[in-house]
Design a protein around this ligand. Sequence first.
Ligand code: KIV
Ligand code: NA
Length: 265
Amino acid sequence: PKRVRTRHFQNAKRDGIKITGLTSYDQLTARIFDEAGIDFLLVGDSSGNNVFGYETTLPVTVDELIPLTRAVAGAVKRAFVIADMPFGSYEVGAEEALHTAIRFMKETGAHAVKLEGGVRSAEQIRRVVQAGIPVMAHIGYTPQSEHGLGGHIIQGRGEGVQQLLADAEAVQDAGAFAVVLEMVPSDAARQVTERLDIPTISVGAGPHTDGQLLVWTDWAGLTVGRVPKFVRQYADLAGILGKAAVEWRTDVASGEYPSAEHSYE
Ligand code: KIV
Ligand code: NA
């Protein structure tokens, strides 16, 4: 299959073809999602919650994300792989952002990086893009600034739409090839999508964007407990694995496993 490149994102917006993305943190899921035709895989710092067991994404480091990103990038034939820049790896300035982005590109085989923030991150985006590294921007609700935003709160409501539009224009002007809109009202996301030339990707931003992205563990029902309202669960992996584990334990206890079929003569 022909590799997805940034041009694919631009063409999809022009042609009205929806872009799909999922997060991935390992080679097993990367291979499955790639073969299913998912356009891009984000090695998110959501691995903080889903892989490393942290309460938030804040503690995640570049050193933790690099091996996960390498696994995903090494497993795909078609999908565009995006490395998520974690909290503390780009905020100090454009030079820091470029150093981090270069590490991801050299050490993982990712095709692009993502970082959070609109107007406040425009200089960082510009510098990384100038070095030839594609950047996906991320505005609206930005989990790395949870404490600054005062919690897990919808952004771009009421007057907030002006800030959202300003952030969207800032990241486009800085050279981002696409922008994630997280947890914003559908109408605000529609306004941003109409205003911009680059594609918008919704994570809880409704149906009017150019593409959709979900955290794979939420989407596949592997996350135990509450998932956000915007997630539709396409499988019940927690149920399937839990049931399999109980069956296995029972079969071992009863001697039903291993049978002759699963033993060597
Ligand atoms: O880390 C992540 O999974 C993300 C998406 C939810 C946008 O940043
Ligand atoms: Na993230």
